[in-house]
Design a protein around this ligand. Structure first.
Ligand SMILES: Nc1nc2c(ncn2[C@@H]2O[C@H](COP(=O)(O)OP(=O)(O)OP(=O)(O)O)[C@@H](O)[C@H]2O)c(=O)[nH]1
Ligand SMILES: [Mg+2]
Length: 213
């Protein structure tokens, strides 16, 4: 039996509408970007695996939430089963930055007594001339919230991979320290999916076994 992935982490993307959550996910999972994107309706699902250290593969189950207020009753039900969250704001949209605290508070309170591992993401870093949030103030907010900060661009594929890797590694480190673990009734972390991998000789043998003639 070969291991396909050792752990599965459920990660959720949070932040105002149009900050670029879906674009980040499409870039990370499919390697594509489009200047035209429809707002997410409710919740969308993506997945990708990555190595957090040599030989340790993590499957990320990625939940993309709609930033629009009218979908909030749907999106909140996904908070509890997530182990990690990307708090995304748009570097060219001050309001979206100011709302990060609200997102953080809403989710943190919703999942009590449990915790989520967050990363703060300043997105659309390619739009340098339209920037309305200084790196320093975003770093300050991140320090206050006790989370990492990274600036990304889905358009230029800058730091996208890095942001997900940082979050996955932080979760993995907390798991190694025993501060996070899989538990019944919670889908944030799951361990070990194995699959039988057949090598060519075995495949031939299996075919012969299943042949009735
Ligand atoms: N310049 C630039 N534009 C981006 C980037 N990422 C996303 N956009 C644009 O921002 C707009 C909104 O992107 P979405 O990914 O749909 O935003 P969202 O956060 O998923 O929005 P909701 O689904 O409504 O919550 C689209 O027109 C994207 O093309 C980026 O890295 N750079
Ligand atoms: Mg979206």
């Amino acid at each position: 039996m070969d291991i396909l992935w050792q752990y599965q982490f459920r990660i959720i993307l949070l932040g105002d509408s149009t900050v670029g959550k879906s674009s980040l996910l499409k870039r990370f999972t499919d390697g594509v970007y489009s200047d035209v994107a429809d707002p997410t309706v409710g919740v969308d699902f993506y997945a990708r695996a990555l190595d957090v250290e040599p030989g340790v593969k993590i499957k990320l189950q990625l939940w993309d939430t709609a930033g629009q207020e009218r979908f909030r009753s749907i999106t909140t039900s996904y908070y509890r089963n997530s182990v990690g969250g990307l708090l995304v704001f748009d570097l060219t949209n001050r309001k979206s930055f100011e709302h990060v605290r609200d997102w953080h508070r809403e989710v943190t309170e919703h999942i009590l007594p449990h915790h989520m591992v967050y990363i703060l993401v300043g997105h659309k870093s390619d739009l340098t001339r339209e920037r309305r949030v200084h790196r320093g103030e975003a770093e300050h907010l991140a320090a206050e919230l006790g989370v990492r900060y990274v600036e990304t661009s889905a358009k230029c594929n800058s730091n996208v991979e890095h942001a997900f890797e940082l979050l996955a590694r932080d979760i993995y480190e907390l798991m190694k320290m025993g501060e996070i673990s899989a538990r019944d009734g919670w889908d944030g972390v799951k361990s070990g999916l194995t699959a039988k991998v057949l090598y060519p000789a075995e495949e031939e043998e299996e075919r012969e076994k299943s042949c009735n003639c």
